[in-house]
Design a binder for this molecule. Structure first.
Ligand code: 13P
Length: 246
């Protein structure tokens, strides 16, 4: 059985005050032992705060990106070693906002995935098609190619040490959620591409997940949880999504 997981991606939102309020709210509402695994990915400056506020909770902490390099003269970059050092358990790689706005290639994403894994953290590989690609019938090609670049670099067993988040670009921040069936189709395809490792790898869905849409998505057999953007900035909404995963 794959344990359900809900992760909050705060993106470039919050400040010390709102981050602390959000973290304290989560710590108060998500107490004790749960079936579902829960984690938040705040912006870098608030990761230490998250570690400290969530210290005695069952809420993990992750980062939203990482450098592919080990260390050295890379101004502005953050190494996997540093994230591991401050207690991050997860790191997102290849989010569509990075692929799009920062022109990150799948080759670069594969190197980041490997860098995270090498430091003992769980890489979360984000994949997803644009609306144009979906309408052209290229969804599986796009997802397959994004995934295979990482498989080529890390091997199937290497990818299976991490997790995957299917995030259709057209559903991110738009209020348009893929229907549970649409998401299920892609998740099932990802398992097929993962071959012998397909059964064990956890695949989250992301893209306008809200408390109202979570249960329908989680009832699909290949959807193992959610990567939540906007709704993860509200304690009530995020906790409601976490509860739906129980
Ligand atoms: P929204 O939930 O705001 O659509 O964002 C999804 C996402 O990109 C999570 O990584």
């Amino acid at each position: 059985m794959r344990r359900k997981i809900v992760m909050g991606n705060w993106k470039m939102n919050s400040n010390s005050e709102s981050a602390e309020a959000l973290l304290k709210g989560l710590a108060e509402q998500w107490t004790g032992v749960h079936q579902a695994e829960v984690a938040v990915c705040p912006p870098y400056p608030y990761i230490a705060l998250a570690k400290s506020v969530l210290e005695n909770t069952n809420i993990g902490v992750g980062a939203q990106d990482v450098s592919q390099h080990e260390a050295g003269a890379y101004t502005g970059e953050i190494a996997a070693d540093m994230l591991a050092d401050i207690g991050c358990q997860y790191v997102l790689v290849g989010h569509s906002e990075r692929r799009d706005y920062h022109k990150e290639s799948s080759e670069l994403v594969a190197k980041k995935f490997a860098a995270v894994s090498a430091k003992g953290m769980i890489p979360v590989l984000c994949v997803g098609e644009t609306l144009e690609e979906r309408e052209a019938g290229k969804t599986f090609d796009v997802i397959g190619s994004q995934l295979m670049k990482v498989v080529d670099h890390c091997g199937l067993a290497g990818v299976a040490k991490g997790m995957i988040a299917y995030e259709p670009v057209w559903a991110i921040g738009t209020g348009k959620t893929a229907t549970p069936e649409m998401a299920q189709d892609v998740h099932s395809y990802i398992r097929e591409v993962m071959g012998p490792e397909g059964d064990q790898i956890r695949i989250m869905y992301g893209g306008s997940v809200k408390p109202e849409s979570a249960e329908g998505l989680f009832s699909q057999k290949d959807i193992d949880g959610a990567l939540v953007g906007g709704a993860s900035l509200s304690v009530e909404d995020f906790v409601a999504i976490c509860r739906a995963a129980e």
